[in-house]
Every structure is written in structure tokens, then in C-alpha cells.
Design a protein around this ligand. Structure first.
Ligand SMILES: [Zn+2]
Length: 283
């Protein structure tokens, strides 16, 4: 098993609470509803046994997993299961739609100041991002008989989304014929973010069972981005959309650990990754 490298976070700042006191009052959210929401939310983000089995099985696991959460919530809070579920979704929709009253400042200075908070947010949702990337991989299209498949999630801050909460964009590789040009999972996710006028890519998570993009001498425990993608990262760095301290997290789930997560997870800052590939040829 490879060493898991945590990103360097200088100072930890807590992610803001989803609601301020005033919103709780305005939306008439009761204390118990909030407790139910927090309970279900934290259960959601616990280790999810999604990665085991094939896609159909996983979807059933997914449903069974959610049912179990609602059932536990109903026992814990003395509610019906449906009521627990509806409480969660009502509050989740409110949380997602919550808009700050002030305009979001996307200046480089503001992003610099908030970056530790965004990286902290990434760390909180990393498991979900890995699971999401593995699920996105099910949509990958590969011409190869042995099916080269990669899934991705990108955590970004987008100007065209209603608030300053980071968004997650999905990606999967697409190469239907041997002759077609590969559209990598990372490119797919980044293109999706760009459609929402992304101002910052906080982290990109890639999940695959592969360890090389074709050059065995560059084999890694978890798939590293290909030359094209590294060029894309350099371009995004120049544009300020990607930062040197943004995270690239590669996971290989050909083997799973006891929690059902990929046994190899490699995390690097963009700077660390690009430093590894300093000898990349110019375009
Ligand atoms: Zn690529």
C-alpha cells in the first residue's frame, strides 16, 4: 500500500455552518429538524460501501444504504422513516439554495484568503468525491476490449452558480474508437466547470483501476494525469483557475481496504504533480 500524502494546509478554518440563526428562524426550522438533518447528513458522508460490486449491485446497495440511514434516524428521533427522509431533503434543498446577501468576491486576494477554508472543505468531502468519481466511471466509454475506464470529480468555485459554496462536477473518459482522440475524465469535469464560469478548481479526484496511461515506465500506484491533462493544468494555472496548492487526488480501487475505499490514494498539490513532470515536452 502506498503512502497517503495529506495536502499541506497552513491554518485550519472551519467550514461555515449551513445556516445562520436568522435563516433558521426565517425558514422555521425547528431544533429537532436540524438534529435530524445533521444526523442524516453525517451518516451520508460516512464510509459508503458503494465501491463493492458492479454498477447495478452498487445502486441497490445505495438504496439499501439510504433506507438504513432513514430507518436509524426514525428510531433515533421517534419519527416515521418518510418524515425523516423528507426533513432531510427539505433542509438540504434550503441549504443548497441558500444565497449569501453580499456579492461573492472572486478576486485573487479573496481566493487566497479563503483557500485554507476551501481545502478544509475538500478534506471533509473527499470520501464522497472518491465514491462519486468511482460512480462516474460507470459512464466511461472505452474502445479497448479490457475497458480502460476512469472517473473523476472536480471541486470548484463557480461564478455562475448562486452562492460561494463549492460545486462538484463529474467526469468520465470517452474514447469510442481506437482512432478517436481521448477525452479524459479530468477534461470532461473541467469543461463542465468552465461552463459555469469557474473561478477556482480546488481539487480534482480521479478513480481508476489502471496504473499507467500506456507508458509502463511512468506507472504509478494510482493513475497520474496524462501529458494532455498536465498541459491543461499548466494552462489553467496561468489563467489563475487552478492554483499551485490545488489538490490532485488519484485513487486506485483495484483493491479495497476494509472500509470499502480504494487501497491506494495518492494526494499531491498541483505544484508537486507538475514538478514530477518538469521534463514534459512543450506543445
Ligand atoms: Zn488525460
Amino acid at each position: 500500500m502506498e503512502e497517503i500524502k495529506p495536502p499541506k494546509i497552513e491554518n485550519k478554518i472551519n467550514v461555515p455552518e449551513p445556516w445562520a440563526e436568522a435563516e433558521l428562524k426565517a425558514e422555521k426550522i425547528t431544533e429537532q429538524e436540524l438534529e435530524v438533518y445533521n444526523y442524516i447528513f453525517s451518516e451520508h458522508t460516512k464510509v459508503i460501501p458503494f465501491l463493492k460490486g458492479d454498477a447495478d449491485k452498487r445502486q441497490m446497495d445505495d438504496q439499501a444504504f439510504l433506507r438504513r440511514i432513514y430507518s436509524n434516524a426514525s428510531k433515533t428521533f421517534g419519527l416515521g422513516e418518510k418524515e425523516a427522509e423528507m426533513t432531510f431533503y427539505r433542509l438540504e434543498i434550503l441549504r443548497v439554495n441558500y444565497r449569501p446577501s453580499s456579492n461573492v468576491d472572486f478576486s485573487p486576494e479573496a481566493i487566497e484568503q479563503n483557500m485554507p477554508r476551501y481545502l478544509e472543505y475538500y478534506r471533509e468531502c473527499r470520501k464522497s468525491m472518491i465514491v462519486g468519481a468511482a460512480m462516474n466511471r460507470d459512464h466511461a466509454v472505452s474502445w479497448r476490449p479490457e475497458q480502460f475506464k476512469v472517473g473523476c470529480t472536480a471541486l470548484t468555485l463557480d461564478a455562475d452558480l448562486p452562492d460561494d459554496q463549492p460545486a462538484i462536477h463529474p467526469g468520465a473518459n470517452y474514447k469510442p474508437t481506437k482512432e478517436s482522440k481521448t477525452r479524459c475524465a479530468e477534461k470532461h469535469a473541467v469543461e463542465g466547470a468552465i461552463l459555469y464560469n469557474t473561478k477556482l478548481i480546488i481539487a480534482i479526484t480521479i478513480v481508476s483501476k489502471e496504473s499507467t496511461t500506456g507508458d509502463p515506465s511512468k506507472s504509478c500506484g494510482a493513475l497520474h494525469p496524462c501529458l494532455e491533462c498536465r498541459r491543461m493544468y499548466r494552462d489553467l494555472l496561468k489563467k489563475g483557475i487552478l492554483r499551485e496548492d490545488s489538490i490532485i487526488c488519484s485513487a486506485n480501487d483495484s483493491e479495497l481496504d476494509e472500509e470499502g475505499m480504494p487501497s491506494v490514494i495518492q494526494e499531491m498539490s498541483v505544484k508537486e504533480l507538475l514538478d514530477l513532470y518538469k521534463d514534459d515536452p512543450e506543445e
